[in-house]
Design a protein around this ligand. Sequence first.
Ligand SMILES: *Cc1c(COP(=O)(O)O)cnc(C)c1O
Length: 359
Amino acid sequence: MRLAIAEINLQALAHNLAQVRQFAPNSKVMAVLKANAYGHGLVKIAQHLNDADAFAVARIDEALALRAGGLTKPIVLLEGFFHQDDLPILLANNFQTIIHDENQLRALENAKLDAPISCWLKINTGMHRLGVAPTQLNDFYQRLQATNNAKDTINLMTHFSSADDVNDPKTAEQIALFDSLVQGKQQAHCLANSAGIIAWPAGHGEWVRPGLMMYGVSPMLNTSGKDHQLKPVMRLTTKVIAIRDVDAAQGVGYGGSWQSTQPTKLAVVAMGYGDGYPRHAKHGTPVVIAGKRYGIAGNISMDMISVDIGENADGIKVGDEVVMWGPELPVEEIAQCADTISYELLCNIAPRVSYEYQR
Ligand SMILES: *Cc1c(COP(=O)(O)O)cnc(C)c1O
């Protein structure tokens, strides 16, 4: 019997990519596949994104894994390269690079390359993570145009810090600053992550960069994917491995931090933080068994979780399927119960979980 399983619904993936096109009909799509495609499986997901115009990843290793998997679309490195010796690898594999600081630019200028590399100049418009300052932009831009190691077309990019909140004026300010800075520069512009795609149409440039929404999960505060016509791609399940009785006022699990107020039955399910389920999910965090919700009882262990199924146990038996998140139980809700974000839960799926890809 297989226990922890991540079912990956490839039709939902295709549906969500089509949704991206609905939201941003005039933009090309750079599908973001970093961190093992947000825990969904890098190469498998890429193979089912035929309709994307390019892929984007964070690290060169991720990009090389895509090439090793036979994928031929352009790949953008969202943090660029880290050493001058990386540049021939970029060239040989048709990787495009972000340029976000002086060290990268100088390395590019000084490299001996057989052909130019395609570059995206990243501008810091308020995220204050990567990107050149607005005051440095023209200098960087001119140097990139001058070097033979960069293709003539210098694309321009920025990243939003607060696009998940429609009431935060920050995103409109970032868009306005970006638009003013790139005026007169005809190259492709790329601003929007998933939240920008859904909520900030003024930030749809020639390119958009969807990550989370492709996996059917909402990037917007206090909503789930369904609210944006997205379909969850991952369904994380396991099985009941034991059912036990517990009396009132008996501490359950490590530290005995949960007690029932009355005699009840517990289903012990084969899932824990060793599978990537969040250790901080609080008592009462829902799971779904046979279409009904039950609350988690006690602390999450490495391999197991106890679930309060009530005194008459609703006919639940050993071997029954337990849904930890999926279409019937939004991962956004589990993230809230664990004081984190759905991005983290998806990325944290552990290697021992079995993946099943469903067409
Ligand atoms: C991760 C990332 C994205 C995708 O963000 P989502 O919120 O998952 O859509 C886009 N751009 C950059 C630079 C990123 O690092």
